[in-house]
Design a protein around this ligand. Structure first.
Ligand SMILES: NC(=O)c1ccc[n+]([C@@H]2O[C@H](COP(=O)([O-])OP(=O)(O)OC[C@H]3O[C@@H](n4cnc5c(N)ncnc54)[C@H](O)[C@@H]3O)[C@@H](O)[C@H]2O)c1
Length: 258
């Protein structure tokens, strides 16, 4: 098989891939799929029990994974941990940032307390920025890298009554567009993903009114599955995603056809 075969392009053999939010939902599915394609997957989360369980499941299949506890909204810890990872593994081929949470939903913007607003920005936007700042020097040195930032349809279209999340996810899309251009000549691609509603635990506490609004807007008439999201993430994190950067990929069952 030649080096340019599609198998080789989508394989992660010999690669080191960092997946945040790996204890649950989309991050868990992405970690499992990427590990099954040969990567050493570093599974990061704040949920120690959940992330240990995912790593154990991955290892039970013969694939390679390790767990790390990290709150991505802690800037100095992000920096230290990524630097330790790069030292230990000598490289980081891809960052898949799935950690996130919706914050207040079903609330008008003027009723949202600033600490609640800020926390959503710190996790969903600042955390993504700090992870990117930490991995880019490593990727630039190796002249290769893939960065996948999981944004949301909320960042593309805005959903009513979830202003902090809309703000953070739209900010992330803008961040990705510009950074991608900075590193386009370094062999690094940086892309965002905008899922509509996916069947994961994240939606458990979302206000019914907000959830109903979002689901009604999906032409496919159903929720997405984490395994479907994992497939597109695996492409974005692979060598195959070599000439698309700064883009926001869609996985919305037809809600966003642009
Ligand atoms: N499920 C959806 O409907 C949907 C839609 C659009 C976008 N998204 C985005 O997809 C990503 C994954 O969501 P999901 O649906 O899998 O949710 P999930 O709740 O199943 O998983 C999110 C994971 O992130 C972890 N996490 C949260 N804050 C963290 C932090 N500060 N540091 C480290 N880990 C943290 C959680 O512990 C959890 O394991 C999120 O960024 C979310 O905003 C989800």
């Amino acid at each position: 098989m030649s080096n340019n075969s599609s198998f080789e392009q989508t394989s992660f053999a010999g690669q080191v891939v960092v997946v945040t939010g790996a204890a649950s939902g989309i991050g868990k599915s992405a970690a499992q799929l990427i590990a099954s394609r040969g990567a050493t997957v570093i599974c990061i989360d704040t949920n120690s029990v959940g992330v240990e369980q995912v790593v154990a499941e991955i290892k039970s299949t013969g694939a390679i994974a390790e767990s790390l506890l990290l709150d991505i909204s802690n800037q100095s810890e992000v920096k230290n941990l990524v630097s330790e990872l790069a030292k230990k593994h000598n490289k980081i081929d891809a960052l898949v940032n799935c950690a996130g949470y919706p914050g207040p939903t079903g609330e008008l913007v003027e009723n949202i307390n600033w600490p609640d607003y800020q926390k959503v920005l710190e996790v969903n936007l600042y955390g993504a920025i700090w992870l990117t700042q930490a991995v880019l020097p490593v990727m630039k040195k190796q002249k290769y890298g893939r960065i996948v930032q999981v944004s949301s349809i909320a960042g593309k279209e805005g959903n009513p009554k979830m202003a902090p999340y809309n703000t953070a996810k739209a900010g992330l899309i803008g961040f990705v567009k510009g950074v991608a251009k900075e590193v386009a000549v370094d062999g690094i691609t940086v892309n965002a993903l905008a899922p509509a509603v996916i069947a994961t635990p994240i939606n458990v506490n979302t206000a019914k009114e907000t959830l109903d609004y979002m689901i009604a807007k999906i032409p496919a008439g159903r929720l997405g599955e984490p395994s479907e999201v994992a497939e597109i993430i695996a492409f974005m994190a692979s060598k195959a995603c070599s000439f698309t950067t700064g883009f926001t990929f869609d996985i919305s069952g037809g809600r966003a056809t642009y």
